[in-house]
Design a protein around this ligand. Structure first.
Ligand SMILES: NC(=O)c1ccc[n+]([C@@H]2O[C@H](COP(=O)([O-])OP(=O)(O)OC[C@H]3O[C@@H](n4cnc5c(N)ncnc54)[C@H](O)[C@@H]3O)[C@@H](O)[C@H]2O)c1
Length: 301
């Protein structure tokens, strides 16, 4: 298959590209950011795919990028702090961009879209989706529109809701602290993770495998799945990293992530088949081995 990845020069996009290529699929990337260094670090320079530089709100550009593709992985989005700083632009990019992707799918007869929703659709109480952030509100709206594209146009979709994704390459967003702490622990530089308390953390390669499965499965219906990793206290992450690197100088400060850590269980395997599960300890160890220039075989086995 040929798969378009929007937001493909970003952190998760590079890992999804790697996973799809490993499965024998061709990848094309659309992103407003032309910097391919993340792709080069995760895939190796020779495997960096075609990158189309365009804004996700530009419907014509998205449709042109999708021409000839069999499936779309839609990741392009503004993260929580950027949506908080500029909610109208956040809505245009996160909701308007998602609609541009579904319109492109509809126009080209692409019947399968896998898109990044987020556990941010839940607020601190959990249970029923009731986000406390604009970012979460836009993600929830995307899920509702995805359902309408299935009902009206038979574009099938899978929306995935991870909470904190961590792993080699993550540097931005309000929950990047776990990944940055791995880098700082390995170098011995002091670092304060900017949140405390419990959250759900999932390793990026496990998330990438779920997106690859969602993009390449036979089209069927409209699904939204909570993608659970391990519920962990930030203090435990610090303890694991300090045990690995006794010279690490880590602490944490600030409020907890405003999303209930216990995500309701979704039957992910019924929709996507069996998926890899990296333990927290192994995922943190792999993240500490990343040196920014490349992902070693050892660190991604
Ligand atoms: N990282 C997490 O913990 C996490 C958790 C839940 C959901 N998600 C979702 O996963 C997806 C990928 O997140 P990530 O962590 O890789 O973030 P990222 O910022 O590394 O990647 C997002 C990419 O989208 C691109 N983008 C932003 N605005 C754009 C625009 N207007 N037009 C085109 N491209 C644009 C950026 O340039 C970037 O490359 C996002 O949709 C995010 O909301 C992430």
């Amino acid at each position: 298959m040929t798969v378009l990845i929007t937001g493909g020069t970003g952190f998760l996009g590079a890992w999804v590209a790697r996973c799809l290529q490993a499965g024998g699929h061709a990848v094309r990337v659309l992103d407003r950011n032309a910097d391919r260094s993340m792709l080069a670090a995760i895939l190796g320079e020779a495997a960096v795919p075609d990158c189309i530089v365009a804004d996700i709100t530009d419907g014509e550009a998205v449709a042109a990028a999708a021409a000839g593709c069999d499936s779309i992985v839609h990741l392009a989005a503004m993260l929580t702090p950027a949506c908080q700083a500029d909610p109208p632009r956040g809505a245009a990019v996160n909701l308007g961009g998602t609609l541009a992707v579904f319109e492109a799918a509809r126009r080209h007869g692409i019947r399968q879209v896998a898109y990044a929703s987020s556990a941010a659709v839940y607020g601190p109480e959990g249970g029923t989706p009731r986000p406390d952030t604009h970012y979460g509100a836009f993600k929830l709206a995307c899920e509702l529109s995805a359902r309408v594209y299935w009902l009206e146009h038979r574009v099938a979709s899978v929306g995935l809701r991870p909470l904190v994704i961590y792993g080699p390459g993550r540097e931005v967003g309000s929950t990047a602290g776990l990944s940055i702490a791995c880098r700082k622990a390995a170098s011995g530089e002091p670092y304060t993770i900017p949140f405390t308390g419990a959250t759900d953390a999932i390793y990026v390669d496990d998330v990438a495998a779920a997106f690859a499965a969602a993009a390449t499965r036979p089209p069927d219906g409209t699904h939204v799945l909570n993608l659970r990793g391990e519920v962990v206290d930030v203090a435990e992450v610090i303890a694991i990293l300090t045990a690995m690197f006794p010279k690490a100088v880590l602490d944490a400060a600030g409020p907890p992530v405003p999303i209930a850590p216990e995500l309701p269980r979704s039957d992910v395997e019924a929709v996507l088949g069996s998926l890899p599960r990296t333990t927290l300890r192994e995922g943190l160890a792999q993240t500490t081995r990343f040196r920014g220039g490349s992902v070693s075989q050892e660190s991604t086995a």
